[in-house]
Ligand binder design. Structure first.
Ligand SMILES: [Zn+2]
Length: 344
């Protein structure tokens, strides 16, 4: 039989669909995708034959590996808040997180990996366009009571589900150690630990994506503390929820999102006790972890983390100021546009 996409589509409609009535319970794209994919595979096969390359005849896909289908036309799917609607499906799918980009939705790909479903959504967006030229800067403190506090007073609360699961993980791990080695019960407890690890890792990613998204969306300059300076581990660092959520991963996310959006990021080393210094007058105070408010002789009374965020902003702008000046001078001597300098 000769391959023809039109014939395959026809076969799908006139033979397969009447034979398997449950096909019509799902979007017609599910089968049409398979036909498209096979058509592409044949096109590439014949191109390679023509060019005298190793042809590689299309092979059957194993069920269970890379199972997915895509909906490409907008009426077939839609996203509202955290809900995904796909055609023919009566229930709306609750998504783990909101879309992080604004713009036109071009495609959704539903896939299954290790028994879990994933939706990957293609968005045509202008979000990576540089911001308006006026520079707004923000300082961020990774607090003790919350995940982050910014110098303009925004508070990012700790994720309670993540917190709960981290506690559950500790409990489950203890359970493993109490079971006899080599026993079935121990194997079962170990499986529970592995499952929890997987869930926690997905939650961490979602939390950090949202935080890094928000921090690089509204401001032109973001100043943060680098918590990974010379591998320092102190009680004060461990007390922060961000250390549970993974600061290293957050840093990478902030860096790539900032680059995408043309935002300047300044990571400052922890050479200065940002939470112990009054952000108004610079006076040092004794600030044990239990003390939530800084009260200074100058009249400044402020939430501990907000005060720290303001110090971080000031220090970050200092650091960035000298860097920006250097970049501008360099630009003058080489005559490159600013954007090119930043990526070079
Ligand atoms: Zn003061």
């Amino acid at each position: 039989m000769k391959w023809s996409k039109a014939a395959a589509d026809q076969h799908d409609i006139t033979v397969l669909r009447p034979e398997f009535p449950w096909y019509s319970e799902v979007s017609s794209r599910v089968t049409r995708n398979a036909i498209d994919d096979l058509d592409n595979a044949f096109k590439h096969f014949f191109r390679r034959v023509k060019l005298g390359q190793k042809p590689g005849f299309p092979t059957f896909k194993k069920k269970g590996t890379g199972d997915s289908f895509a909906l490409r036309e907008k009426p077939k799917f839609d996203v509202e808040g955290r809900e995904l609607r796909i055609e023919k499906l009566k229930t709306r799918i609750k998504m783990r997180q909101r879309l992080r980009f604004t713009g036109t939705l071009n495609q959704v790909t539903i896939s299954q990996r290790a028994g879990k479903f994933y939706a990957s959504i293609l968005v045509e967006t202008d979000d990576d366009n540089p911001h308006a030229p006026e520079k707004e800067a923000v300082g961020v403190d990774f607090g003790i009571k919350s995940l982050a506090v910014t110098s303009d007073g925004a508070v990012f609360p700790e994720n309670n589900t993540l917190k709960r699961n981290l506690k559950a993980l500790k409990r489950t791990q203890r359970r493993v150690s109490r079971k006899q080695k080599g026993s079935h019960r121990r194997a079962r407890a170990k499986l529970a630990v592995a499952k929890l690890h997987k869930r926690i890792s997905a939650q961490r990613q979602a939390v950090l994506h949202e935080l890094s998204d928000r921090l690089t969306r509204d401001d032109q300059v973001v100043c943060l503390e680098d918590l990974n300076v010379n591998g320092m581990v102190s009680n004060d660092k461990l007390a922060r929820p961000i250390s549970d959520a993974g600061f290293g991963m957050l840093r990478r996310m902030i860096e790539y999102k900032a680059e995408l959006r043309g935002v300047d990021v300044s990571f400052i080393g922890r050479f200065e006790p940002s939470s112990k210094t009054c952000s108004e007058c610079g006076q040092r105070h004794d600030m044990p972890l239990s003390k939530r408010t800084i009260e200074c002789d100058c009249g400044n009374v402020m939430d501990r983390d907000l005060n720290a965020a303001r110090n971080i902003l000031a220090r970050g702008l200092d650091t960035l100021g000298s860097d920006l000046k250097r970049t501008q001078e360099l630009r003058k001597t080489i005559g490159l546009p600013m954007a090119a300098m930043m990526t070079a």
